[in-house]
Design a protein around this ligand. Structure first.
Ligand code: 2HA
Ligand code: ZN
Length: 282
């Protein structure tokens, strides 16, 4: 594992991507991570212009001049630990927030993830709504959450409430709920826009039949949200496989837990009636 003189953000990317791999979240080139980098984070990294300006298929003035760490398209997250300079890169946005160029990494040559527009649009909203606190976006293929989107016709209220009831820490971790985004083509502008809109209200979005997006102030925060949600989905699937959710926590219990931690469950989700999803249909 290559960690010796790497800046801390690379060490953190190695830790996060390795954990994602061991949890079974990022088969082959599945999943991608990005982090908005403040100048002090890049101290010691040899930055140099390595590409022409390239259209990012976005126009995001609040990201003008920002630098980001990105995982690379076609690269495997599981390989970041052995070769961060190949599988990660640092890019810089131009003065309009429309084009990017590579300043480090993606050796010998390469580009950021195919989900670049979804990440950048998410960063733009995240930066705005968190007043600069959020720096990280993670996209990954979490098996339990994905399975849930094959099992039920979900909505944002149903998915959010079901996860809150399947693992009692979830309402504290993501009281804003998790947006359910019906299937759209991955890598496209439509799904990128839907994800960014979701991040105005919530910190996670679930792409039906595909995977999850989370935003957070750092890699640990975004990773933790996804871990919590996927664990909840796993508990739900286990209980359903064992016969059904016969004694899930009530709405009142979810509200009491939220109140104990001084958070408010999203009003558009807390009253969702999940009872039909807790009974086996076979
Ligand atoms: O990077 O996960 O959604 C591969 C993907 C695309
Ligand atoms: Zn994906």
């Amino acid at each position: 594992m290559k960690t010796t003189n790497d800046p801390i953000f690379i060490k953190e990317a190695i830790k996060t991507s390795s954990d994602m791999w061991f949890l079974g979240w990022c088969e082959a080139n599945g999943g991608n991570i990005s982090q908005r980098l403040e100048p002090d984070k890049m101290a010691g990294l040899p930055l140099a212009v390595k590409s022409d300006w390239t259209p990012a298929r976005v126009s995001l003035p609040n990201l003008a001049g920002e630098k980001f760490m990105f995982s690379g398209t076609t690269r495997f997250l599981r390989n970041i630990s052995i070769a961060p300079e190949k599988n990660l890169g640092v890019i810089e946005m131009d003065s309009k927030g429309e084009n990017y160029r590579v300043l480090w990494g993606f050796e010998p040559e390469g580009r950021p993830t195919s989900e670049l527009p979804a990440h950048l649009k998410s960063h733009s909203v995240a930066k705005e709504v968190s007043e600069g606190a959020d720096h990280v976006v993670i996209h990954t293929h979490t098996p339990n959450l994905i399975a849930l989107t094959y099992l039920h016709e979900l909505t944002t209220p149903l998915l959010s409430k079901l996860l809150w009831q399947s693992h009692v820490e979830c309402v504290v971790g993501f009281p804003q709920g998790i947006e359910f985004i019906p299937w759209m083509m991955a890598g496209g502008d439509e799904i990128a826009d839907a994800t960014a809109v979701a991040f105005r209200k919530r910190s996670m979005a679930m792409w039906q039949h595909h995977g999850v997006f989370a935003r957070g102030r750092n890699l640990d925060a975004a990773f933790g949200l996804i871990h919590m949600a996927d664990k909840a989905a796993g508990i739900y699937l286990k209980a359903m496989a064992a016969g059904g959710m016969r004694c899930a926590p009530s709405t009142d219990v979810v509200c009491r837990i939220a109140a104990n931690f001084h958070v408010t469950p999203a009003p558009d989700c807390i009253d969702a009636d999940t009872s039909a999803l807790m009974i086996r249909r076979d």
